[in-house]
Design a protein around this ligand. Structure first.
Ligand code: C2O
Ligand code: CU
Length: 542
């Protein structure tokens, strides 16, 4: 592969959006969404990240495995401390395995709302795509807030209350024509009749899963999270924050104008037209170009069965060139219960969470609390007292998770626990949802992609194992755990290091629905974590 260099300048940038004419947001290189990185499988990328913004920041390469090199992975206080203002960090990204669409984003507080962009990985030199298309286009979906997102989350965590919601969704930085002051700002894709387009869809939104469709046009999903899928022809798709999908669309309808719409699956706002963002899929033929586009039919708001129906249809490509390698000799079986909890309000405070408590979330009844130096640094240098190696393999108590949740009444423990896994173990994780959530939890693991071997409603039962798909399950880095349901994943622990795992809904991640997986070194030299680079951002060790 080749070696590619990019410069990222994190800085404050003035922007006009909807009715706001005088806002400043944090961007990379002045762009929203940020610059696209484009490479081939096998390439090595160096990104020199310079921060001239007002506070420390980190950048994460979402979905890149970073084999033996967690130093460039990015989550703050997990693999590094933030890059301070007026300094730089050279990050190295080696594309050994991924092929398709991924993305990068800030991984400190809520700064990823505006600091994110595409990471496109084409087939290796001399290799072909396993499908055909005429032209490709990247679509980045994001959310727009009317205030600085760091202030929003800092305030919410302080008061224990709900953070502000976004006021609009955007497609490639444009909110579309369904909001006030949005005239003429719709993302517009002109197409030629008979041609097939590859849309690389990146959900960099913060808190809402989305349905997507284009009026009258079929979508064929051919890839997800940087791996190929068996082509799946559908009318709409469901995408969660963190996920990426490669979708073919053939312009085969009567020439005209068609809306492409992202509409939230669950939104705490009232469901209305105000909550969808629209772009236009427009033929270049001769017709009345001022005609009102046709709207697609998308599943209704909170339509859980339509959301689930999409996900369970996905299959890995499993071809000769792209075989599935699903672990079948599981040596480590882990169950992780996910819950939203409320924490008691400290005595000297008033809190604005439910009934005067503080919002909180947990995995196996542990609410993750980030240390003030990086866990990776503590692990690599054998520093004591930064984290505990005691994240449990099972929930601390067993109850009817998806029925009566009164057992969850006791608040979770707030601490920094990591899950220790031996090198090369074949791991299965069963995520168990609870009745205590309004939506799915898109669970994301750093350092790995994993096979989604099973998913269903209700409490997990061992009898489901015989029904797993171990032939051609999708290979992804983020999977929606259904509300009131379960999801089982498998992976081989062949990448030593310190890897964050969390819900990709920012509210839940901020409330503590996170943990860290530490995969130990193997015995051989090429099975160990590589040494850190010289310019790791400093942690202030007290
Ligand atoms: Cu997309 Cu932990 O991140
Ligand atoms: Cu969640």
């Amino acid at each position: 592969g080749k070696v590619l260099f990019y410069d990222f300048m994190v800085k404050e940038t003035p922007i006009k959006m909807l009715c706001e004419t005088n806002r400043t947001i944090l961007t990379v290189n002045g762009l929203f969404p940020g610059p696209e990185i484009r490479a081939r499988k096998g390439d090595t990328i160096y990104v020199n990240v310079t921060n001239i913004g007002p506070y420390g920041i980190t950048i994460h390469w979402h979905g890149v495995r970073q084999i033996r090199y967690p130093w460039s992975d990015g989550p703050e206080f997990v693999t590094q401390c933030p890059i301070p203002s007026n300094s730089s960090f050279l990050q190295k990204i080696v594309l050994t395995e991924e092929e398709g669409t991924l993305w990068w984003h800030a991984h400190s507080d809520w700064s990823r709302a505006t600091i994110h962009g595409p990471l496109i990985i084409m087939p290796a030199y001399g290799k072909m795509y396993p499908y055909k298309f005429d032209q490709e286009h990247t679509i980045v979906i994001a959310e727009w807030y009317t205030r600085d997102t760091k202030a929003i989350i800092d305030e919410a965590l302080e008061s224990g209350g709900d953070p502000d919601l976004s006021v609009a969704y955007t497609i490639n930085g444009q909110p579309g024509d369904s909001y006030s002051c949005s005239n003429g700002s719709a993302y517009n894709k002109t197409v030629v009749r008979g041609k097939t387009y590859l849309f690389r869809i990146i959900h960099s939104g913060m808190n809402e899963e989305m349905f997507f469709g284009i009026a009258k046009h079929n979508l064929t999903v051919v890839g997800m999270d940087g791996a190929y899928l068996k082509p799946l022809k559908i009318n709409y798709l469901m995408i969660t924050p963190g996920q990426t999908m490669d979708v073919l669309v053939t312009a085969n309808q009567t020439p005209g104008r068609y809306y492409m719409v992202f509409s939230p699956f669950v939104d705490t706002n009232a469901p209305s037209n105000e909550n969808v963002t629209r772009g236009i899929f427009q033929y270049n033929d001769n017709y009345n170009h001022s005609e009102t586009p046709i709207l697609p039919e998308l599943p209704g708001f909170t339509n859980k069965s339509d959301a689930g129906n999409f996900t369970i249809q996905l299959r890995g490509l499993n071809s000769k060139e792209h075989p599935s390698k699903v672990p079948t000799k599981i040596t480590r079986n882990i169950t992780i219960m996910e819950a939203l909890n409320a924490r008691p309000c400290p005595a000297n405070k008033t809190c604005s969470g439910p009934q005067g408590t503080m919002h909180s979330a947990s995995l196996n009844n542990i609410t993750f609390s980030a240390p003030s130096i990086s866990i990776l640094q503590a692990y690599y240098n054998n520093l004591q007292g930064v984290y505990n190696k005691t994240f449990p393999d099972t929930p601390p108590f067993i109850f009817d998770y998806t029925g009566n949740v009164s057992a969850l009444g006791d608040a979770a423990n707030v601490s920094t626990e990591v899950l220790m896994i031996n090198y090369n173990e074949e791991v299965e994780i069963r995520f168990q949802g609870t009745n205590f959530a309004a939506e799915n939890h898109p669970m994301h693991l750093h350092g790995y992609s994993f096979y989604v071997v099973g998913m269903g409603d209700g409490n997990f039962s061992d009898s489901y194992v015989s029904r797993y798909n171990t032939v051609d399950p999708p290979y992804v880095n983020t999977v929606g755990l259904p509300k009131n349901g379960w999801t089982a994943i498998r992976f081989k622990a062949d990448n030593p290091g310190v890897w964050f795992m969390h819900c990709h809904l920012e509210r839940h991640a901020s409330w503590g629905m996170d943990t860290v997986i530490v995969v130990g070194d193997g015995a051989k030299k090429h099975q160990k974590v590589l040494p850190p680079p010289k310019d790791m951002p400093p942690c202030s060790v007290s």
